[in-house]
Design a protein. Structure first.
Length: 46
């Protein structure tokens, strides 16, 4: 679930032109990915 949320945030960030919102989404994706990494969930984007 965390990996899915990270992926979704990345997709949303890539699809919007609002730089500030994209940065927030990228930060959220990073946080979700870090949590997934701590639980041993592999990043499908690496």
């Amino acid at each position: 679930m965390l990996q899915s949320k990270a992926d979704r945030c990345r997709r949303l960030a890539a699809g919007i032109s609002d730089r500030q919102a994209a940065d927030v989404l990228k930060g959220m994706a990073q946080s979700y990915q870090e949590a997934a990494d701590r639980l041993g969930v592999p990043d499908r984007n690496r």
